[in-house]
Write a protein of this length. Structure first.
Ligand code: DGL
Length: 259
């Protein structure tokens, strides 16, 4: 079982930002990544639709023998992970916006969060914000349009610059000192955001925390792969594999799969 792959899925190529963090920490594991680009973005879909997509991806990863599943998508985690945990017999790792560290460390008592509509409107997100962001101004911003641009290979484009400028404006007006990236596509925006934000604004995401959590759960379940031979890493997309290839710097094998 410990030789079985770590299964990871996202609505598209964004979850590769999580895969990279996990792979850096666990280089001897085997991996299967599913980019459900055909159905991206998940962010504007209903909870029921997101759940159905989560089930479809989970079942495919289980058919491919995954020993653990990383839901590398904030939208799918906040809307579907409780169901998945209750109905499938493998450990699930989810990802949620890093509200807690931002709320604990802010000096200006104002933080910004950029995420999808599906995440910001979820019950789990409300619960976390309620718990940690008491007395702090949280500027929530739906990143409408960002995921489709990234999925179509337009990360570095004037359209993206314009969207981000609009989305950052209310946050800067409130003098935020933390910007929380609540979508796994968004870490790819960090070089652009760093240029646009004042130096004192820190950008945080949950990638490293998810990687550490994945390692801890594998150890607890005696599932860590102790092999030191080169791992098998397979990235599947039901959309444009070239966009996936490019974001991965052509470093891994990518395949088209209709799922
Ligand atoms: N990457 C996903 C997330 O973390 C989903 C984005 C989308 O498909 O709308 O929320």
């Amino acid at each position: 079982m410990s030789n079985s792959p770590i299964g990871i899925f996202d609505s598209g190529i964004g979850g590769t930002s999580i895969f990279k963090e996990i792979y850096t920490l666990l280089p001897y594991e085997n991996y299967i990544y599913l980019a459900d680009s055909k159905n991206a973005p998940y962010g504007n879909k209903s909870e029921a639709e997101i759940l159905q997509l989560g089930i479809k991806n989970t079942e495919l990863l289980l058919n491919k023998n995954s020993k653990i599943i990383v839901v590398a998508c904030n939208t799918a985690t906040t809307n579907a992970i409780s169901y998945l945990r209750a109905n499938y017999d493998v450990p699930f790792i989810g990802i949620e916006p890093a509200i807690k560290p931002a709320a604990l460390n802010t000096q200006t008592k104002a933080i910004g969060i950029l995420a999808t509509k599906g995440t910001l409107s979820s019950h789990l997100f409300y619960k976390t914000t309620d718990l940690y962001a008491n007395g702090i101004t949280v500027i929530e911003q739906v990143g409408e349009g960002i995921v489709p641009l990234i999925e179509s290979g337009m990360l570095y484009s004037s359209e993206m610059q314009d969207l981000l400028k609009t989305y950052l404006k209310p946050m800067l007006k409130h003098n935020i000192d933390y910007l929380v990236l609540g979508c796994t596509h968004y870490p790819y925006l960090i070089p652009i955001l760093s240029e646009m934000l004042p130096k004192h604004v820190k950008i945080i995401d949950s990638g490293l925390a998810v990687a550490k959590q994945t390692k801890a759960i594998l150890i607890n379940n005696d599932l860590l792969n102790h092999n030191t031979k080169p791992p098998s890493i397979k990235l599947y997309s039901n959309g444009d594999t070239e966009v996936l290839n490019t974001i991965m710097n052509h470093k891994f094998e990518t395949y088209y799969l209709d799922f």
